[in-house]
Ligand binder design. Structure first.
Ligand code: IPE
Ligand code: IPE
Ligand code: MG
Length: 261
């Protein structure tokens, strides 16, 4: 996406000591950044608060991450908000999260309009409580014509479920005679993933220091650069995004080949 350099410089004024806009090459910003937003519960507990307060605080970080990504000219920002395993959490926390997703999305629709952001979901949103699902569908409808950055929210998402679903859809097409077994290739598999049509993430950020994928985008992250920061998600700021991109730009990506001189 196009960068508005004036807006970007203004957005990134008042830099801390260790990082500024000058530390990143604006011509080499990743097209797709994905974030595992982790540490809301620990952030709250460290302050003597209920875990759910951490999720509420995390919404502010997410709003900032969307704006930051638009300013930096990303094509896609995707975030992991709720996994297929997160249903195991106490019912009260699950209910609170589902409610928070719905109310937040409604509240942020004006931002998506203002910034021309197109919404998308990764995961089985059909299985969500009706209120949440309805708001998600409204969000999809209302932003379908937007031509700016794609913002993808992974909710009720699990990579194993996604790959299993793709296998099932392809098997159905084979059984119906629409696809021949020898025509099943990587492009066909990709076209049955929730991420169909999007570039793979070039950079994956995980907050709260955990060094695992937790069933996130197993296929799509095959050659993604990882950046793990100890910062808890509610504390993640536009500067942390810049630190992550600076780190990314210092990497040698080889994709199995050799480094060119
Ligand atoms: C991430 O924060 C948000 C969700 C998974 C919904 P956590 O709730 O996992 O926070 P921690 O990891 O327990 O601190
Ligand atoms: C991964 O975080 C899922 C999301 C951030 C939505 P978890 O907190 O659920 O992951 P684990 O349990 O620490 O692996
Ligand atoms: Mg966690």
């Amino acid at each position: 996406m196009q960068i508005d350099e004036k807006k970007l410089a203004e957005y990134y004024s008042g830099a801390p000591d260790d990082i500024s806009l000058d530390d990143v090459d604006l011509t080499r910003i990743p097209r797709h950044v994905s974030i595992i937003m982790d540490g809301n519960g620990r952030w709250a507990q460290a302050r003597g608060l209920d875990r759910t307060k951490g999720h509420v605080a995390g919404v502010d970080s997410l709003r900032e991450a969307v704006t930051t990504s638009v300013r930096l000219g990303l094509d896609v920002l995707s975030v992991y908000a709720f996994s297929t395993e997160n249903w195991k959490r106490p019912q009260r926390e699950v209910d609170m999260l589902m409610h928070l997703f719905a109310t937040t999305l409604l509240k942020e629709l004006p931002l998506f309009h203002q910034e021309n952001v197109r919404l998308r979901f990764f995961g089985d949103i059909e299985a969500l409580p009706a209120q949440t699902r309805n708001v998600f569908e409204e969000g999809l409808d209302e932003t379908a014509d937007h031509t700016g950055m794609t913002f993808a929210l992974a909710v009720n998402y699990g990579a194993r479920a996604e790959l299993t679903r793709a296998a099932r859809l392809i098997a159905q097409d084979v059984a119906a005679g629409i696809v021949q077994p020898q025509d099943v290739d990587q492009a066909l598999v990709e076209s049955h993933l929730y991420t169909a049509g999007l570039p793979d993430p070039e950079l994956l950020i995980r907050t709260s220091g955990e060094q695992r994928l937790s069933n996130y985008l197993l296929w799509q992250l095959a050659y993604t650069e990882f950046y793990v920061t100890p910062v808890m998600w509610p504390d993640f700021s536009r500067w942390d995004m810049l630190r992550a991109i600076r780190s990314f730009q210092g990497r040698h990506r080889r994709f199995g080949g050799v480094v060119s001189a």
